[in-house]
Design a protein. Structure first.
Length: 343
């Protein structure tokens, strides 16, 4: 995501900002410190340094403006948008319309609060923010959000698929009563998805989300009843955290039965005292073994081969479930790889 300097609305001497592009008013001189591309805004047209039209500026303060902007999608390189009282809905509508069209959406920003919404509109976000001159706080916040968006996309591109193996349940024991953590996400889980949870970071069971219908309780498709507070959960950056340490805003790794990972944001952690079952498991070779404490409830499910999702209250010794084997240094913290457990 680029950061553009809006120099077209000021007659003062320009303060230097870390801008990818500068938008000038017609006839303005280019500041000495600008060594990158600059555009000029003339009668609603955006012109490059050779006065060639490359885009348009449109006010989308009402439905008519939104329709006018939508009509330009695919016809211009840049669509610079100024919004009114309604900001997010028009931006989301136009970000959606511009997907794979060749048109880049540039949102004019006039407050610090507007930065994140535009940057993550429809998760995709706009292609550039047009920021006001002289507003140091807005620029600092925009740089932070741009770096965050780049980091999230890099993690999504680079996160390595999980190595899932089939493991056999070797023992099911009474786990006593303890503190159980539900991980509630800000996005919905699909059937077959869950979190990787385990008492050892080297062997983590795939615990299914509460996405299935039942006769007694409605589904909670944003929730994973993950187990005891001491257990590890795999995070989106490949590290692990104790369930008791996960906080709202953290990024966890959501995994499906094929081992494909994606990032999801934690909305809250819900910790309550509940009865546990202790499940022990190991693979055929004995190289992967572990255990996990899960709440004794019909809605808590694991993931097995072939699309099975057995409840912990129905699972039996000898049943096969999916678990994550030890991961590379890129995905697990140093303490785990060096042979010691994380502290």
């Amino acid at each position: 995501m680029e950061l553009w300097l809006d120099a077209a609305s000021t007659s003062d001497a320009l303060m230097q900002h870390p801008a990818d592009r500068v938008l000038l008013a017609s006839g303005d001189e280019v500041p000495d410190w600008v060594d990158g591309p600059f555009f000029a805004c003339v009668d609603g047209q955006v012109l490059d340094g050779n006065t060639k039209p490359v885009g348009v500026h449109i006010d989308v303060t009402d439905a008519e403006g939104q329709d006018a902007a939508r009509a330009m999608v695919g016809m211009v390189r840049y669509l610079v948008l100024s919004t009114g009282e309604w900001q997010m809905i028009p931006l989301e509508n136009l970000v959606a319309a511009a997907q794979n069209s060749g048109t880049s959406i540039v949102a004019r920003i006039d407050s610090e609060q507007a930065v994140r919404g535009a940057a993550f509109a429809l998760d995709t976000g706009v292609d550039a923010l047009l920021l006001p001159h002289g507003e140091a706080e807005i620029w600092a916040h925009a740089q932070t959000v741009a770096a965050e968006r780049l980091s999230r996309r890099s993690e999504a591109d680079e996160i390595e698929d999980s190595t899932l193996v089939e493991v056999e349940i070797t023992a099911i024991e009474d786990g006593g009563v303890g503190d159980r953590a539900c991980v509630d996400l800000t996005s919905m889980l699909e059937v077959g998805e869950g979190l990787l949870i385990g008492s050892s970071a080297a062997a983590m069971a795939l615990v299914h989300g509460e996405t299935l219908e039942s006769d007694f309780v409605p589904p909670r498709p944003f929730r994973v009843n993950a187990g005891a507070v001491h257990a590890y959960a795999l995070m989106a950056d490949g590290t692990t955290k104790y369930l008791s340490e996960i906080r709202a805003g953290d990024d966890v790794a959501v995994c499906n039965a094929e081992g494909l990972l994606r990032s999801a944001v934690v909305g809250r952690i819900k910790i309550e005292s509940r009865p546990f079952l202790l499940l022990r498991f190991q693979d055929e070779s004995g190289e992967t073994s572990g255990q996990t404490f899960l709440q004794q409830a019909e809605t808590v499910r694991l993931v097995g081969p072939g699309g099975s999702m057995p409840s912990v209250t129905k699972i039996q010794v000898g049943d096969i479930i999916l678990a994550m084997a030890g991961r590379s240094a890129r995905h697990i913290g140093e303490d785990t790889l060096s042979g010691s457990e994380e502290r």
